[in-house]
Write a protein that binds this ligand. Structure first.
Ligand code: CUA
Length: 392
């Protein structure tokens, strides 16, 4: 067909990349149909209008031509044809919609949480990624979520704050993500092509084939809406299996990656100030000193409060409890978004940024993460503490 040959330049204009699967191609097909349909009628109607304007223009001294009041054939034509096209468009769109929102029965469920400003994707075994990638050298980093090739997925989506919209351009689907209900749709990853490019994610890790799909937010949700992105990376099944089963012991490195994904938009580690206080130990500005182990001036408190492990945990889970003076206190809670192991890793990283962190004292970052200040040593060195209460 002629239109197929004409499609290519417009396809490139309207879509930023190839669609992912056949279900998705039906969306492109419908879109291109609507486009050509509009072009056809626009040209026809504007052409006829122009022609009539000239053909039936008023000429001085010449009486108007008579016109008939009805033409059954013509009226039937312009009623039936457009109606049929509308029905066709409805069915085309309807079946495409159903194809997308109804996942395959045995699809793998991914739990997606939108938050200001990022996405968390949790796998059925509870795993969440800490891997990140930058678009170009030195650019902001985005979470990388691996998906096995040739697999069906079902998304169960929810927001922990405002309305976002989960948009994967390669899937041609946007869907709102809301704070008080679940939404979702299904999709399938294709088998990787033989000539798919290869990548190495860890320095000494294996190389493997992949295909990336970008995830964006399509609902304006605040300051960093435009940076609310992630990468879905389609990889061979064995690569995925190993990745998703990697529990990731809490470590400074893992903490750094979580900071990169979750905290870096507001908290720097170089001593400069963004929406929130810097994490760099000993940094000073606005009359405050920052970082682990340094006392914080808190709104509503007479005395400075110690930035210890408990303070850190509370600030992440209940950010409004102690707001550092000079800051607006608009941080969202990460309760339910970070599990204990992730919180632990984040704390290790936070401590590692300060000369008052425990890791420098004893060289071992694995002492449960909490500093042990010289509390009053055991008052009762005899090991009868269990009985003390009973005796008194
Ligand atoms: Cu989230 Cu825009």
């Amino acid at each position: 067909m002629m239109t197929l040959a004409l499609n290519a330049p417009f396809q490139d204009l309207f879509f930023r990349g190839d669609s992912l699967t056949e279900t998705v191609e039906s969306t492109d097909g419908l879109f291109m149909f609507l486009w050509w349909h509009s072009v056809f009628w626009f040209v026809l109607l504007m052409g006829l209008t122009a022609y009539f304007v000239i053909r039936y223009r008023r000429v001085p001294g010449k009486p108007a031509e008579p016109s008939r009041s009805h033409n059954l054939l013509l009226e039937t034509f312009w009623t039936v044809v457009p109606s049929s096209i509308l029905v066709l468009i409805f069915l085309w769109g309807f079946w495409g919609y159903i194809d997308k929102v109804v996942p395959e029965g045995d699809a793998m469920e991914l739990s997606v949480t939108g938050y200001k400003w990022g996405w968390t994707v949790r796998f059925p075994n509870g795993f969440e990624t800490t891997d990140t990638a930058a678009i170009d050298e030195g650019g902001r980093k985005f979470p990388v979520i691996l998906l096995p090739e040739d697999t069906d997925f079902r998304l169960r989506m929810n927001s922990s704050d405002v309305i976002h919209s989960f948009w994967i351009p390669d899937l041609r689907v946007k869907m709102d993500v809301m704070p008080n209900r679940y939404t979702g749709y299904g999709f399938s990853t294709p088998a990787l092509e033989d000539d798919a490019p290869t990548i190495r994610m860890k320095e000494d890790g294996p190389t493997f084939q992949y295909r990336d799909m970008w995830v964006f937010c399509a609902e304006y949700c605040g300051d960093f809406h435009a940076e609310m992105a992630a990468i879905f990376r389609i990889v061979p099944r064995p690569v995925f299996d190993q990745w998703v089963n990697d529990a990731g012991e809490p470590s400074i490195d893992v903490g750094r990656q979580i900071w990169q994904i979750r905290c870096a938009t507001c908290h720097t580690i170089d001593g400069s100030s963004l929406t929130g206080p810097t994490w760099l130990g000993g940094a000073e500005y606005q009359g405050n000193v920052y970082g682990y182990g340094y006392p914080a001036n808190i709104d509503g408190y007479d005395e400075p409060v110690d930035r210890d492990a408990d303070y850190f945990r509370e600030s992440v889970l209940v950010p409004g409890a102690k707001v550092v003076s000079g800051y607006p206190g608009n941080m969202p809670s990460f309760d339910g978004q970070l599990n204990d192991s992730q919180l632990e890793a984040l704390l290790l990283f936070y401590q590692s940024l300060s000369d008052r962190g425990p890791s420098l004292d004893d060289g071992a970052p694995d002492d449960e993460g909490s500093e042990n200040p010289p509390e009053t040593p055991d008052e009762n060195p005899d090991e009868s503490s269990d009985d003390t209460a009973a005796q008194s």
